[in-house]
Design a protein around this ligand. Structure first.
Ligand SMILES: [Mg+2]
Length: 176
């Protein structure tokens, strides 16, 4: 795989519910965990999740979870560890509340990836997608079963990264 991407450059985040966690009734899923772990971790992963996360990290992207749910960070880490996945960072509902909403009286968007310098966020909620336009972050909408989702997200990540690099080059030129 080509390693033309600055390893520190770009952060990508994934929502959990309806994005990485899906129902086997409506989506293709990864095999469930072996007993007894399947009793503790009941969520099912969208088929292709481990491959996609590994591919993105292999390319040098920093891959995060950004969920509004209040699952604990240790629960999320534990679940994904069983699939061989280690995220670079995790934002859950509690962390978002403390760090993004904080003491502010103004109601902040339900997710604000730009606050964490995340360049691309993957989410099933239309409102998150629409907030992205107003708040300057890029959202890839994902909801239904899509056999090509891994390739599509890898392609989008590379596009966003190239655009970012071009923008930085332009900014540097203007600053000389
Ligand atoms: Mg969701």
């Amino acid at each position: 795989m080509k390693k033309y991407i600055d390893p520190n450059a770009m952060r990508i985040s994934f929502d959990l519910d309806e994005v990485l966690f899906v129902s086997p009734k409506t989506h293709k899923v990864e095999p469930e965990l072996k007993f007894p772990w399947n009793l503790k971790y009941k969520e099912r992963l969208r088929e292709g999740t481990p491959k996609l996360i590994h591919d993105l990290q292999e390319k040098g992207y920093s891959v995060w979870v950004y969920t509004s749910s209040f699952r604990s960070i240790s629960y999320i880490k534990g679940l994904f560890r069983h699939y061989g996945i280690t995220f670079d960072d995790i934002i859950n509902g509690e962390r978002h509340r403390d760090e993004v909403q904080g003491e502010s009286k103004v109601c902040k968007p339900s997710k604000l990836p730009s606050r964490y310098r995340i360049s691309l966020h993957i989410d099933d909620e239309r409102s998150v997608y629409e907030n992205g336009r107003g708040h300057g972050f890029d959202v890839f909408p994902l909801f239904e079963q899509d056999d090509d989702w891994v390739e599509k997200i890898e392609k989008r990540a590379d596009e966003v990264c190239r655009r970012k690099m071009l923008q930085e080059q332009l900014n540097n030129k203007h600053n000389v």
